[in-house]
Design a protein around this ligand. Sequence first.
Ligand code: PRP
Length: 211
Amino acid sequence: MMTQITIALTKGRILKETLPLLEAVGIVPAEDIFSSRKLVFQTNRDSVRLIILRGSDVPTYLQFGAADIGIAGKDVLLEHQGDGYYEPLDLGIARCKLMTAVPVGAPVQTGRLRVATKYINVARQYYAEQGRQADLIKLYGAMELAPILDLAHEIVDIVDTGNTLKANGLVPCGEIADISSRLIVNKAAMKTKHTEIQAIVDAFQNAVLKP
Ligand code: PRP
């Protein structure tokens, strides 16, 4: 019987940069992902299907082996702190930075700092390393709003062009990590479907080296 490989992709910005890479690897979705509400897509290869997930769910599917291969932002992987998967390849796409940001001209906060972010684990570690006491407030989006409404003194978020910060009166401050998308592979699948998975990982490696 043919070995089925499920590849979990991150929807949104990363997906746009992922599809040309997938094509270079020789995997083409059977229909246009962007004009469909489907979550599972067959491809030109009978043995490969794609699933489309929120970024933060990709490591979860990989951890439990519900998908064999995944593509997720390093920000999501740092925050997830899961195991059960390898991270064999930096795909070099969707590059950005994970940063702290504060309102323009904000006074230096001497007391306890309130920080809004969806990256609670990353932020906890970052402020601890800085030796700063911080109360973390979990948000799921629009972090930039938190300082404007006094919910928090600063935020931890992804910065790409910096336009979102600027448009909301914030400036980048501390650099936490360089981010790009990574290929991840379920550990058990790497053993049980080794030939098929290694071939796909190698093809991605070649596509990254020769864009
Ligand atoms: C990210 C991030 C910022 C924005 C930064 O959100 O949360 O809001 O992009 O990009 P910029 O520096 O180019 O303005 P995204 O649009 O990825 O949506 P999300 O909040 O769903 O992650």
